[in-house]
Design a protein around this ligand. Structure first.
Ligand code: NAG
Ligand code: NAG
Length: 249
């Protein structure tokens, strides 16, 4: 800044080179003759102008420059700028290392269904068919056996084993069926006799979902009955899944 000011003041000095009061210099073009063609009496002789000394206006700025000043204090930081647009998506990272193997599955995970129920009260035949219902539970896994109506309800399709045990009543007939839904599958039968005995029947059945298996007492043609008492359980009905149709996952 100081240098520029000095330069300006020097330039104004240079502009004063033509001495004040000097006659005006006629305008001359590069191609004009040295001698003006029309010479008016008011013009001064050319020689007067050529004697004015030339002034060179070259200024060495390096000399004008002062010494470098001391470094100023650091200014306060400016406000943060606006957030820029999101950058382009980076390249895909390298594949990670393989994870650890999980816990082994259980290939033998089985599905279970089993029940074992008993009856302490004896039962006589009625005019119509009746389901043999039970009052004692030994096993009833997941309540697949409905104690209310005496029917096992299939929750896991597959092959099942069933067994029924009863005690006959002397001088009375014994006449029961193991039922699959409404169709008779196997009979437990004993003619009237003066000796009461234990009787049993067993079978396997392939069941679908919701199939029912139960024991039905025959309707009265001749009086038939099964015996039990409060002291012992004479009547049992048992069943369990042997093999499920679809193995557990
Ligand atoms: C200007 O002045 C400096 C210092 O005296 C000198 O070193 C430099 O050569 C000069 N520059 C010119 C173009 O004369
Ligand atoms: C047995 O009965 C159940 C319930 O009524 C029914 O869902 C099922 O399909 C029946 N099964 C057969 C083999 O009839």
């Amino acid at each position: 800044m100081l240098g520029v000011l000095l330069l300006l003041s020097l330039a104004s000095l240079v502009a004063l080179v033509p001495p004040p009061g000097a006659p005006p210099v006629p305008c001359r073009r590069c191609c004009d003759d040295v001698e003006p063609e029309e010479s008016s009496g008011a013009e001064p002789p050319v020689g007067v102008f050529s004697h004015v000394p030339e002034v060179r206006t070259y200024i060495n700025m390096t000399i004008l420059k002062g010494d470098k000043g001391e470094r100023g204090d650091r200014g306060t930081p400016g406000k943060p700028g606006h957030e820029g647009p999101p950058g382009p998506r980076g390249p895909t990272g390298s594949t990670g290392t393989k994870g650890q193997a999980g816990l082994p599955g259980d290939p033998c995970k089985a599905q279970y269904s089993a029940f074992s129920v008993g009856r302490r009260k004896s039962l006589h035949s009625l005019e119509s068919y009746q389901a043999l219902v039970f009052d004692t539970v030994f096993v009833n896994l997941d309540d697949h056996f409905d104690m209310f109506n005496g029917k096992f309800v299939c929750r896991i399709p597959g092959i099942y084993f069933f067994n029924v045990n009863i005690h006959t009543w002397n001088f009375k007939e014994t006449y029961l069926h193991i039922m699959h839904n409404d169709s008779e599958q196997a009979i437990v039968y004993a003619q009237p006799s003066d000796r009461s005995i234990m009787q049993s029947q067993s079978l396997m059945l392939g069941l679908e979902l919701s199939d029912e298996v139960w024991v039905r007492l025959y309707k009265r043609e001749r009086e038939n009955a099964i015996y039990s008492d409060d002291v012992d359980v004479y009547i049992t009905f048992n069943g369990y899944l042997i093999k499920a149709s679809v193995e557990g996952k």
